[in-house]
Structures are given as C-alpha cells and as structure tokens.
Design a protein around this ligand. Sequence first.
Ligand SMILES: [Zn+2]
Length: 340
Amino acid sequence: MGPPLHTKGLRSVLPIVLALICNPALGATGFVYDDAYLLHATGADHPESPQRLKAIVAHLQETGLLDRLTRLTPTPAPADSLTTIHGAKYVAEVARGCDEGRACLDAGDTTICKDSYRIALLAVGGAYAAVDAVMDGRVRNAFCAIRPPGHHALKDQAMGFCVFNNVALAARYAQQKHDVGKVLIVDWDVHHGNGTQAAFYDDPTVLYFSVHRSPFYPGSGAETETGSGAGVGYTVNIPLPAGSSDAQYLDAFERVLKPKALEFRPDLILISAGFDAHERDPLGGMKVTTECYGRLTRIVETIAEECCDGRLVSVLEGGYDLTALADSVETHLRVLLGDE
Ligand SMILES: [Zn+2]
C-alpha cells in the first residue's frame, strides 16, 4: 500500500519548494557596480565619462529596479591574471603611465588619469565577480555597470577608450577558474570589437559574434573575417550600413546568431553590451530603439536557457547618450530579471 494521497501530493511539490528555498538565486540577476568606477577621469567633454554610470544607477534607483538586483562587490583583478589576454609588458606600461600622470595611452584616444590603472583592474575584477556569481549559482545572470570599457583593447595596446579587455578576460577566467568549456561572446556595441576578435581568432572554444556599423571605427569586422586555423568559423561578423535599425539587428540575431549559437552550444554566454547603436546616440549613427535592446536580450537569453541553464554575464561597453543609455540598460535588465 502506498502513502496516503495527500502525502503523495506533497512529495511531488516538495522538490520544487526545496529548490526555491535552498537556491533563492534561481531567478536572481546580479549587478556589479562600485562608486570607484567614477574615478577613471577621461577629461572634460569626453563621451566616455563617469556621468554614464551615474545616469544608469540614478535611473535604476528611480525605477525601483536597483532594489531587485543582487549587488555583487568587485575586487581588483590580480595584475598577473591579465596575461591570459594581455602582454605583461603592456600591463606594466599602463601602470607606469598612470603613475607618471600621462594624459593618454597609445593612439591617443584612450585618456587616463592617475587612478585609471587601479580602476581598470577593478573593471576586470567586476567582470570576474559576475562570472563567479553566475558559475557558483548565486545568481542566474548578471550585468556589469563598469568602466573603462574593454572590447577594443588589444594584447599590447589600449584603443577606443578601452584599457583592458574586460569581456575577453572574463571568458578566459571562466575557462580557467570554473572549467567552462565553450564561451559565446555576443557583441552588439555599434563598433566592432577588434580586441576581442583578435584574442580568440584561432580559438574554437570561444565563438565571437559581432553586429556593428561598417565602414566605421575601428575598421575591422568584415564578413570575410571568420577566424584562422582551428578557429575558422568561430568568428562571425555582421557589418551593417549607417542608419540601420531594429529590423536589421533582429534579423541578424534570429537568422545568424541563433542557429550558429545553438549549434555551438556554449557553456556560458557573455554580452559586450554597448548601447551606442541607439537612435539617440551622438557617435553611433544607427537607429536602434530602446525596445529593441530588450528583444535582443531576450534572444540571447533564450539561447542561454537552451544551452547553459540561463548562464549569462552582460558587460557594459559603449553608449554615450545618457538618457538612451539609462533607458536601454533598464530594458535590458527587465528582460534579465524575467519581467518581459
Ligand atoms: Zn562602441
């Protein structure tokens, strides 16, 4: 004779109740931010300003979203952890440049201040903290409101406001620290992520997908750039003409990214989340709406749900209209939180 009926009912519900009690993070979204990120001073009228993060945080406070996010505290990445992507000499050069009070690095478009080295390490550490939280199951997904951005940073060169390549470093960190096999990087910043592409060009364990304006800064990202050696087929570039809007972005994600990603089956997804393709952005020259960022997020989230239990870490890159940036981050986070 089996247990009474009411016990049977309880038994079927119990695992779900227990799972929720034991792991309240099942639906949680992590949020990496620290006031120290404001200390990376780029100079008056520089588009990549501390105001960007101030606008995001103020807006998330006003909308009540901040209270619903799980705050993740970043610590500076150890300098020697950067050599998975960058040359040790370059890392030391950045440290020295900041110490000596230099105004900019390399090509001159990456301005720095005395604190920039320290804050750039904290930005990388922020991406690491998000990877840790997602991989440990403390949160389901996470967004990093960090600066300086990273996707243009090359092995031995700062470029395009980027000092260290936060997303590329996070991918390697996930592979080395958490034994993650395959990482998908989705880069929807309006500029091509030349640094990230270069880091994994011959690597079949990291699929790099970028939609960007072309021709445009930094000049790379042609459709014919598909990888080299064992990495052929693991770099996917979708260059779009100036003035492109939601339809082209959604088409690229549905028609190209989705099948490619589902075939690749990543164990973790990273987003290089730049919001400078927004119709209001002063630099991007594209016509993407705030709402579209929600739809792009949903597509990536669907891939994450299907391939890797929803494990997704999104890292801020560009986005220079403060209102558009704050609104787009809100829309992005609402999808990550499961509201939409
Ligand atoms: Zn950009």
